[in-house]
Design a protein around this ligand. Structure first.
Ligand SMILES: *Cc1c(COP(=O)(O)O)cnc(C)c1O
Length: 380
């Protein structure tokens, strides 16, 4: 707890360890996670929180994030049955919703674990009912513009009437917003359309909870809340829109130890393709992290840097599979074992997920969920 820079006593799965021999790891600050969930609750005070923990909690480490948030949220949501099983081992009591369409072979397994599947048609509901105990909970999605899962809005009333006759419990109705971060007018219209449909569907299943807002929705359309919200990215302290970033605290710091320090002469070429040629003598550090760990290859020659001693150390040449090379000529004393920050804060400098993602030509969600298995996770 406390000082983020102090890595001398980190916790891993409850036991104290030092990352003395880790090559690259992410540190998750619990107080930041708690701050972010408080922001959600302040914006939508009457709503239940569905914490989205898919893809290893957006790269943050599913078990530790789940334990940190278990008393603060009403549901967890993950993509698939397999993710649900992993989550269930970590936290027993919080109901788990599955957000991607399930495969028919998974239905009996989902029913057995009492996970809540997302249903997009009467046929799907009927097949699930066929393998489930009586009154198993389901989550029925209505498509109002995402074009991915859900019953088409125009057919919703008729289909839900049929679903309601099956021996299942409609635990919730939802829709998904495809452009809450980009299109205010369109999203307002979408939410209004959903509200209209819900007036009818609620008569069929009066106890069902209703949810539509994702992170961008909670930040921008908090007045249009329903019973619950499904938040992912903002829980981790990253805003989909820059204007709201200051409300949140990024919980992740991605670090690596310097594994080698090298002196290169003027004219030396660096990394595959020899795309960087030393314009003068240089001191470089090699870091044991590469694109196989999720540090995007697309960051090659995009003027990005890592932080060492609180200084910006430019990435030189291409990102390789397991290692990157950075210029430490202006970073003071750097040794094998010095700590480098690839994402997050060090002293007065900060590398944000949105900035790094945009440099790689991608989005924050992709950057975070791409952080690989070799990267250790710990909470502070
Ligand atoms: C992943 C996901 C979310 C979370 O979205 P964020 O933008 O990360 O808040 C919400 N709803 C559904 C259906 C999802 O698949």
């Amino acid at each position: 707890m406390g000082n983020k820079q102090n890595t001398s006593s980190l916790q891993l799965s409850g036991s104290k360890v030092t990352p003395a021999c880790w090559r690259t790891w992410v540190e998750i600050d619990r107080t930041d996670l708690r701050h972010n969930i408080d922001v959600v609750k302040k914006r939508v005070p009457d709503a239940k929180v569905i914490a989205v923990l898919k893809v290893n909690a957006y790269g943050h480490g599913m078990e530790q994030v789940a334990k940190t948030l278990s008393c603060e949220v009403s549901y967890f949501a993950v993509a698939s049955y397999e993710e649900g099983l992993r989550l269930r081992q970590a936290v027993k009591k919080v109901p788990i919703m599955l957000l991607s369409a399930a495969l028919p072979c998974e239905y009996p397994l989902i029913a057995k674990e009492k996970f809540i599947p997302t249903i997009s048609s009467f046929e799907e509901a009927r097949a699930f009912a066929g393998v489930s105990p009586a009154r198993a909970p389901i989550h029925v999605m209505i498509d109002t513009g995402m074009g991915r899962l859900g019953i088409a809005a125009a057919k919703a009333l008729q289909e839900v009437h049929k679903i309601a006759k099956l021996p299942l419990t409609i635990q919730s109705f939802s829709t998904h917003l495809p452009s809450a971060d980009e299109d205010v007018k369109g999203t307002r219209a979408q939410l209004a359309a959903f509200k209209k449909i819900m007036l009818q569907l609620q008569k069929i299943a009066p106890c069902a909870e209703i949810h539509a807002l994702n992170s961008a929705g909670v930040l921008r359309f908090s007045k249009e809340t329903h019973c619950a919200v499904r938040v992912g990215l903002m829980l981790y302290g990253v805003s989909p829109m820059p204007a709201f970033q200051k409300l949140l605290r990024p919980a992740m710091t991605w670090k690596a130890y310097v594994s080698l320090v090298q002196k290169l002469s003027k004219g030396a070429t660096i990394s595959y393709g020899k795309t960087f040629i030393a314009p003068h003598d240089l001191t470089v550090a090699v870091l044991p992290v590469g694109y196989a760990d999720g540090y995007p290859w697309q960051l090659s020659n995009k003027n990005v840097y890592v932080l060492i001693n609180g200084c910006r150390c430019p990435l030189l040449g291409r990102v390789t599979m397991d290692q990157i090379i950075v210029d430490i000529s202006h970073a003071g004393k750097v040794f094998v074992g010095s700590e480098a920050v690839l994402l997050g804060k060090q002293k007065k400098e900060e590398i944000s997920a949105s900035w790094l993602a945009s440099k790689a030509g991608t989005i924050s969600w992709h950057l975070l969920t791409g952080i690989g298995e070799r990267v250790k996770r710990c909470v502070i």
